[in-house]
Design a protein around this ligand. Structure first.
Ligand SMILES: C[S@@+](CC[C@H](N)C(=O)[O-])C[C@H]1O[C@@H](n2cnc3c(N)ncnc32)[C@H](O)[C@@H]1O
Length: 152
């Protein structure tokens, strides 16, 4: 991949450092959270671990293995649909995301659904505040993808 800055007229595309990327992602996802949930919430399902737009679910694939009594982390969890499903399967599940607003929507869903992850943690997936070997299973479904930046 070419990482040299590109200059085409008034639009400049530059590689970002980690700090700048995280801060841009956080601002974007905090602002986008309500409309993201309106647009995708039904398709995701409030208590479902869906592996992507094809809507293949963990209930169908079982790639995480047995979850009962396991310590599970979903990072880049959005509103915690996957972690909530893991809790429903008997796991101790933590939902972690960069965006506080995405997690706040998760807490509203918890109240509506009567099932919740065991905790929410706001954190960059590249610097998670957990000790090594805190979890038996860690996963993300399209979470924590870095943004690049276009300056105009
Ligand atoms: C497309 S959503 C995927 C989440 C969930 N599986 C879903 O489908 O709604 C991407 C999520 O990744 C989070 N995210 C982006 N960059 C992140 C980072 N560096 N660390 C943790 N989470 C991040 C965003 O806040 C957003 O909630």
């Amino acid at each position: 991949m070419n990482t040299e800055p590109e200059d085409s007229g008034s639009v400049r595309h530059e590689p970002l450092g980690q700090g700048e990327s995280v801060s841009a992602s956080q601002r974007w996802w905090d602002a986008e959270a309500p409309s993201y949930y309106r647009e995708h919430g039904e398709q995701l399902g409030d208590v479902r671990l869906s592996w992507g737009p094809e809507q293949v679910t963990e209930a169908e694939l079982g790639v995480l293995g047995p979850l009962e009594d396991r310590d599970v982390l979903e990072f880049g969890a959005g509103s915690g649909q996957g972690a909530r499903w893991c809790s429903d399967q008997g796991a101790r599940a933590i939902a972690s995301d960069l965006s506080l607003e995405m997690l706040r929507i998760g807490q509203h869903i918890d109240q509506e659904q009567g099932v919740a992850p065991d905790g929410y943690v706001t954190a960059d997936a590249a610097g998670l505040p957990f000790a090594d070997e805190s979890f038996d299973v860690a996963f993300s479904a399209y979470g924590a993808l870095p943004l690049s930046l276009i300056r105009i």
